[in-house]
Design a protein around this ligand. Sequence first.
Ligand SMILES: [Zn+2]
Length: 246
Amino acid sequence: MAEKSLRISEDYYISTMIEIPDTGKGTHIIRLTPARCNIWAVTRNSRTIIVDTGISFDRSRIENALERKGLIPEAVILTHTHFDHAGNAAWLQAEYGAEVVVQEAESEMLASGDMPIPKGTYTFTRGLVSIGKKMGPVFRYDPCVAEHVFADQFDLNRFGINGFIIHTPGHSPGGATVVIDDEIAIAGDSVIGTMPGSPFPPFADDVPLLISSWRKIIDTGCRSFLPGHGKPVSREEMIIEYNKRK
Ligand SMILES: [Zn+2]
């Protein structure tokens, strides 16, 4: 029985792998393991950072994936501090000595392990938010004090990665997008990849602010945009959606 369930989870793992072609400069990006959010491992010259972390339930899968791939994360970048993205930041910090990086508007939320729920941007997601508000404690996670707090931009070269982070608020106040080799942008929940043709996220604190952040995200010139949930979104899809919303 145990063996059978193990096989099923391994099949699930393989079928849900998302592998991104290496950048022109040889940076390797993978979705580390299926989890409550997309967890991206970014590796260059044997140095690795992780972007977003899932929930505590995902911990053993993260541990197994890191071990299988021989990766030791030096840093954890949070695209924002919603529970499904920040739930393992404190654990990765303690277990691997990873330095945590967060935008300043959310460093206190991260340190408290609490999250305000964003507003729905569609009628049906507004309804979901009112249900979520009644479930408050479910959204708590292990609090984490970040080593690095930035305002506008943060350089990733200190971790051996040719890239930087920019502040892209709107989904949440401290939203951040990680730009790798000017080719790939890891956008967290500023972009969603679960609804083909609709990459604008269904939840956001401030829609006009998010649209102005989309301008910034597109202006990075990246060719591919990795969302917090679902599959990569192309530059063409981003521009079509932006032109509908601006
Ligand atoms: Zn979120």
